[in-house]
Design a protein around this ligand. Structure first.
Ligand code: APR
Ligand code: PHB
Length: 389
């Protein structure tokens, strides 16, 4: 089989890239290790930057997002019973879209299927071959049959545990990592959100986040120990703990109900450099991970897709290879800024096991500075709505 771009991984990065290329008449094949239902079963964050909203529009996949998503022009930050708002519209010319990542993925699958896009599911033993040559190819197995795709370029969109990053030789690749000493216990419940806007809460008992999917679907998180098991947290224990971590006036109006999903996610910052090796390009979680505070995971994947998509367009439409040559440098410049914001926001909001009394005072001083200083609010708002591509 022959295609222009072989895409490893059918998560949001791979699907978005494939659909955008299709709109420009560039062919691709997506190779996904799991089934579509499995991919759509993963629950992830739900805040989209304007850049991702724009890419979904360009991909022709934005109708349901615009109909069902919610525009947010601010977010709430609390510490103890104090609460303040970061007003995005006052400090930037942008807003964010609250729309679940799972729904983004569902819309992209629907668009790929409607366009007759080629996605192979349940592929095994994907091996990237000759990435340093002008004629790379990918070999893999599907239902016991060995297959091969010849292509011009390979996009490694196969997430943190994928094969693409590890194809880059160890003496070329440098990895940067920080693992946080806590996790997030997340609950999805069919209850109205406690507030119209998200609340990021710093409390002496640890971080909490009140988020949402729609008017009757709420997503809440509390900081927990990495050794906790979600099954050890009853719904009642979760709601009791959440109420203790958000301001009292919010806790008093919190509507609780049975959880329909409960899971624990670890927190990690990770970047690999470079993000390209010959004709192999890494996108999204394959190249970097952020802690979820600020919801930059999918959004940073989207900025990679933006750079790669435009580089490939320049290559095919104008015969220009500058974008392709500079992909890693361009993508990484923005990745590191998203890493910084996610690390900063995480550091500001969580309890750390080794925090001293001084460290705690610094957190509160920084929150009070943010609350009262418009320059600090502007910096936060610009990062939250998404730095320009
Ligand atoms: N071969 C084929 N597919 C693979 C392989 C492999 N060897 N390894 C992994 N995959 C698939 C996974 O099954 C998954 O569906 O690649 C896909 C990667 O998807 P994600 O992990 O969702 O990564 P990405 O598309 O970059 O999305 C980034 O989604 O993962 C979240 O938090 C992340 O929000 C961020 C965004
Ligand atoms: C979510 O809705 O799941 C969510 C929102 C904002 C975050 C993280 C997760 O910062």
């Amino acid at each position: 089989m022959k295609t222009q771009v072989a895409i490893i991984g059918g998560g949001p990065s791979g699907l978005l890239l494939s659909q955008l290329l299709h709109v420009r008449g560039i062919s691709s094949v997506v190779l996904e290790r799991k089934t579509k239902d499995y991919v759509l079963g993963r629950i992830r964050a739900g805040v989209l930057e304007r850049g991702l909203v724009g890419l979904m529009e360009e991909a022709g996949c934005a109708d349901r997002m615009h109909a069902e998503g919610f525009t947010h022009d601010g977010t709430l930050v609390s510490y103890g019973d104090e609460i303040f708002r970061i007003d995005f519209s006052a400090h930037t010319d942008a807003t964010v879209m609250v729309y679940g990542q799972t729904e983004v993925t569902r819309d992209l699958y629907a668009a790929r299927e409607a366009a007759g896009g080629h996605i192979e599911y349940e592929v095994e033993n994907v091996v990237i071959q000759d990435a340093k040559s002008d004629a790379p190819f990918v070999t893999y197995n599907v239902h016991g049959e060995a297959r091969r795709i010849d292509c011009d370029f390979i996009a490694g969109c196969d997430g943190f545990h994928g094969v693409s990053r590890r194809t880059i030789p160890e003496d070329v690749r440098k990895e940067y990592e920080k693992v946080y000493p806590f996790g997030w216990l997340g609950v999805l419940s069919e209850t109205p959100p406690v507030n119209d806007e998200l609340i990021y809460a710093n409390s002496p008992r640890g971080f909490a986040l009140c988020s949402m999917r729609n008017s009757n679907l709420s997503r809440y998180y509390i900081q927990c120990s990495t050794s906790d098991n979600p099954d050890d947290w009853t719904d009642d224990a979760f709601w009791d703990e959440l109420k203790k971590r958000i301001p009292k006036d919010q806790a008093d109006k919190l509507v609780t109900g049975p959880s329909i999903e409960k899971s624990i996610a670890p927190l990690r910052s990770f970047v690999t450099e470079p993000m390209q090796w010959g004709r192999l390009f890494l996108c999204g979680d394959a190249a970097h991970i952020v802690p979820p505070t600020g919801a930059k995971g999918l959004n940073t994947a989207a900025s990679d897709v933006h750079y790669l998509y435009n580089a490939l367009r320049d290559y095919y439409e104008k015969g220009a290879d500058e974008g392709v040559r500079n992909y890693s440098a361009k993508a990484l410049a923005r990745v590191w800024k998203a890493e910084r914001f996610s690390w900063w926001f995480s550091s500001l909001m969580h309890r750390y096991p080794d925090q001293t009394e001084f460290d705690l005072k610094m957190q509160i001083a920084e929150l009070e500075f943010l609350r009262s200083n418009t320059a600090a609010q502007k910096a936060m708002a610009e990062n939250y709505v998404g730095l320009p591509y």
